[in-house]
Write a protein of this length. Structure first.
Length: 742
């Protein structure tokens, strides 16, 4: 294994082999001069070693598991020379030992390549100033670095810290590799905990699951077991409670009933259920959790602190907004008349009721299915507000929804994240209570997608006199994140709710719209497959037949003048679930091979991303300003540097290998990930294999994503199951209770 070592002979044969033709194993030593490629997941690297001594081949290409090493590191490598058919001779590393960089030249390269703010010029100046004493200065008296002309205190301190910590990173990398954790995580951990990283991980391996993206409870639990931490330790119990609550949050719940935690301890984690109570009490005392009475049976609602804070804040701020002073009746009447004159559209009775309600109330909800005139109503509302001297601010949870809102209303609309102005420097939104938004009227479209924490941030940034209109479809799936804000606000009775139900003439011509409303009434969609229509159902039984039909649709059958579709990227496959033979993962494998079979690629584990691939962002990345559910296209792949460039609709983002778990192929995506988006064409597999997810609101959400054509492919029994199953998988939330008028 890799370990610190003293200096030894430059090169030594350790297993001479005579007359056998077998390659000779060697020990070679030198300085790591370049890192050409690193796979952060597997640790595999291609590097250049400058050998010590007087060998003819001074620079050698070396390959093997070298992740975590820095340019300038001294290495003693155990392995063998081999000839690659494409890249020529290289040294395959079987094992290695690390030694401190020995020569001044090696130290100069180390400083230039690894220390931010140094660079080649400063590195040369440092090396020339200290000469052969440089290693001793770095080790024993790093404060002397300030002797170098032009070297400031900040950079000098950075050099000293990096040198002091470098061995810690190597030791941490070796420890993680030995415990089955990808070496690429070492830098993330080291960045957070510095030179104490290994000690921190040994003391509490569960810290990895809490703080490092990509390492879950199960992985940390495996490390803990190897370190001898008992299954029924309070340390493991605390980590298990947090893990279970985070898992519940990923499924959309705001809290977990204590009984659920207790059951999971015994059934899923092989722990004494009584430890759940002790762990919860400790975490509540630390302030990491909040526990509230839940009903009169002694059960309790257990919250992660951040979700409890968000839920109570949303309730308090919505109540405060409702207490504001609305427009006077005379102003509302004049605004309504001005809207009628400006738009030239005769609103229906329910639209007029909704418009008056929105103008007269401080907080209003308008809901309705496709084709019920929500967009027309919004345009009239904006005209009415303009006549009253009010310019409304428009926003939506996703970029696609914001663009659709802007196009429909002829006005600027932003995502909520951009409206609140996220700051990567502080890791939070700039807009908040201390620096409120400059608006007196805010419209949020596709409000069903807004999760609890985003709602809390938004409401914190609203001035007390602001009016708020939430527009959305209550029958769609709830947000991907925790909570069901729109449904809870509607259920609470705190604010006026207007439901639009009349389907307008133009929308009635669309079978997509008609079938969405049939579905909501519990009726089977019309599946006559009229060639002139926009809704089709192709019955296929075997999974391979479903896949074959989907491939024909996206490559040929839907393209052309009939639906004005010119290329496959205008067609989105929406799968009820991610896993299984007809899940999004399997479909992406098939569709990538069909639509983008070759080209420059980069591999991360068992996945390959190629230039031209359609990809989706899997979680919010505030530093890159790319958010969960955004779809982009791979425009650059650099396997040597381990980087990928992705063009999204609003910006461009670069990813290194350690960040590729944030991306997935998006030829097919889950219905959940499609919320708030519209696509020219949608193809939906429906099969008994999806039975866990076949629910009415999921199919309704999928169908209503289609603009020009929607195609279902699968079995009639699966379609019937989806229509009949009205179980919406209730989310644990207390927002409606907190909002209800006493």
């Amino acid at each position: 294994m890799a370990a610190e070592a003293g200096r030894g002979a430059p090169a030594k044969r350790v297993r001479p082999v005579a007359e056998t033709g077998e390659q000779i194993e060697l020990l070679i030593e030198g300085t790591l001069d370049q890192m050409l490629y690193v796979n952060e997941q597997s640790g595999y690297a291609v590097a250049v070693l400058e050998r010590s001594g007087e060998e003819l081949r001074r620079r050698v290409t070396v390959v093997g598991n070298l992740a975590g090493l820095e340019v300038g590191a001294g290495l003693r490598l155990h392995g063998r020379f081999e000839r690659h058919p494409k890249y020529g001779e290289q040294f395959r590393v079987e094992d290695y030992e690390t030694v401190r960089p020995a020569s001044v030249a090696a130290l100069e390269r180390y400083l230039a390549a690894e220390i931010k703010g140094v660079g080649p010029a400063f590195a040369r100046r440092i090396a020339e100033h200290f000469g052969e004493a440089l290693a001793a200065v770095l080790e024993q008296t790093p404060e002397r670095l300030r002797e170098v002309r032009g070297l400031g205190a900040v950079v000098a301190a950075r050099i000293a810290t990096a040198w002091r910590d470098s061995s810690g990173l190597r030791e941490l990398t070796v420890f993680l590799r030995g415990n089955g954790i990808a070496a690429g995580h070492a830098r993330r951990i080291h960045k957070m905990y510095g030179r104490d990283s290994l000690e921190v991980v040994r003391r509490d391996p569960y810290v990895l699951a809490r703080t490092i993206a990509g390492i879950g409870f199960r992985t940390a639990d495996t490390v803990a077991e190897k370190l001898g931490i008992p299954k029924n330790s309070i340390q493991r119990a605390r980590a298990a409670v947090v893990f279970l609550l985070e898992r519940m949050a990923e499924e959309g719940h705001v809290f977990a009933p204590f009984g659920y935690l207790e059951h999971q301890f015994g059934a899923g984690l092989e722990m004494d259920p009584q430890l759940a109570a002790a762990a919860v009490e400790e975490l509540v005392e630390r302030g990491e959790l909040v526990a509230e009475e839940l009903g009169g049976d002694g059960n309790r609602a257990i919250y992660l602190r951040r979700l409890h804070d968000a839920e109570t804040a949303v309730a308090a701020r919505l109540r405060r907004l409702t207490q504001g002073r609305p427009m006077g009746r005379a102003v509302v009447d004049r605004a309504l008349e001005a809207a009628r004159s400006a738009d030239g559209i005769e609103l229906s009775a329910e639209q007029r009721t909704a418009l008056r309600c929105a103008l007269q109330s401080k907080v209003t909800v308008i809901t309705g299915g496709p084709g019920t005139g929500k967009t027309t109503l919004l345009r009239s509302l904006l005209a009415a507000l303009s006549s009253a001297g009010v310019r409304a601010t428009l926003a939506a949870p996703t970029g696609r929804a914001a663009r659709r809102l802007a196009e429909a209303c002829g006005r600027e609309a932003k995502t909520i994240h951009r409206l609140l102005e996220y700051s990567p420097e502080t890791g939070s939104f700039i807009r908040g209570e201390a620096f409120a938004l400059r608006t007196t009227w805010l419209v949020i479209d596709e409000a069903s997608m807004m999760d609890l924490e985003l709602a809390a941030s938004l409401l914190a940034a609203l001035p007390p006199d602001c009016s708020l209109l939430l527009v959305g479809d209550r029958d769609q799936l709830p947000s991907v994140g925790p909570g069901s804000v729109l449904k809870d606000v509607i259920a609470s009775g705190l604010v006026p709710v207007v439901e639009l139900s009349q389907i307008y003439r133009q929308a009635r011509a669309s079978l997509i719209v008609a079938n969405a409303h049939r579905l909501n009434r519990g009726e089977l969609p019309e599946t006559a497959n009229d060639p002139a229509g926009d809704f089709f159902f192709f019955e296929r039984g075997a999974p391979e037949d479903v896949i074959a039909t989907i491939k024909q649709l996206v490559q040929h059958r839907l393209l052309g003048d009939r639906f004005e579709l010119r290329e496959p990227r205008e067609i989105q496959v929406l799968a009820p679930m991610n896993r299984g033979p007809l899940g999004a993962h399997a479909l992406n494998h098939e569709l990538q091979a069909l639509l983008n079979p070759a080209g420059r690629e980069i591999r991360a584990g068992d996945r390959a991303l190629r230039a031209g691939d359609r990809v989706i962002q899997l979680r919010n990345n505030y530093d890159k300003l790319v958010f969960n559910g955004e779809i982009g296209r791979v425009v650059a792949v650099d396997p040597e540097r381990g980087r990928v460039g992705v063009a999204f609709e609003d910006n461009h983002a670069e990813y290194d290998l350690a960040e590729l778990d944030e991306l997935a192929l998006a030829y097919a995506i889950s219905v959940h990930k499609s919320q708030g988006s519209q696509y020219p064409a949608v193809v939906i597999p429906l099969h008994p294999g999806h039975y866990l997810m076949l629910r009415r609101n999921l199919l309704y959400t999928a169908i209503t994503r289609a603009e020009r054509v929607c195609v279902l492919v699968g079995t009639r029994s699966a379609l019937m199951q989806a229509v009949r199953n009205v179980d919406e998988r209730r989310r644990f939330s207390r927002l409606a209770d907190r909002l209800r008028i006493d």
